[in-house]
Write a protein of this length. Sequence first.
Length: 215
Amino acid sequence: MIGARQICELDCPAEPPLELNRLDALLPETLVHNENGAPPQTRAGSRELSMTESLENLVESLREELKNYGEMLALLDRQQEYLLTRAASEVSNSISRVEAQGAAIHEARQRREIRRRAVAKMLSQAEETSFAELIPLLPMDYQPLLKALVDENNELLFRVRRRAAQNHLMLKRSVELMQQVLNSLGLPKQSPTCSNRGKLPTRVRVARLQHEEAN
C-alpha cells in the first residue's frame, strides 16, 4: 500500500552512459570498419548508426516504463476495490504485489535514464538535459514518437500517484476507525497495519515517481 507521503524519488545510479568506440577517434575517417568486417565507413556514418540504435533503445525503455506504470495502476485499482469491500486478507496480499511492482518501476526508470543520458551525450548535451530540451534536437522522424511516449508516461504517472494517495487515505481512515473500537473496549493502543506515522511497515516507495515532462 502506498500513499502520498510515501512517495520518494527513485534516483538512478550514476552509471556511465553508452558512448561511441573511442578507437574511432584515433583512426582516419576512411578506415573505420564495423566489427563484423563490413566495408569501411566514415566516423560520421558510424555516429549516425549509433544514434539510431541509441534512440531505438530509448524508445524501448519508455515503452517498458509505460507498461510498468499501467501494471501498477491496475494493482492499485484492485487494491482500492479490496479496501471498499473491507477484504482485509486481500488488502494485505496486495501490499506485497504493489511493492514488487514498485521495484520493477525502479529498474525500468534506471534503464530509461541510462539511455537518455547516452542520447544527450551523442548530441553534445549535458547528461542532465531534460526530454523537453532533447526532443527538439533529435531527428525529425523521432521527435513525434518520443514526445508522445513522454506525454503518455507523464499522464499515466499522474493517475498512479492519484490512486496511491486515495488508497493511502482510505487505509488510514480504516485504521483510525479500528483504533476507536479498540479504545472503546479499553484495549492498549495498537496499530497493527500502520506505523506510528500512519505509514505501512513495508519498503514500498513508489509515488513521487517524477517523470520529466516534454512540455
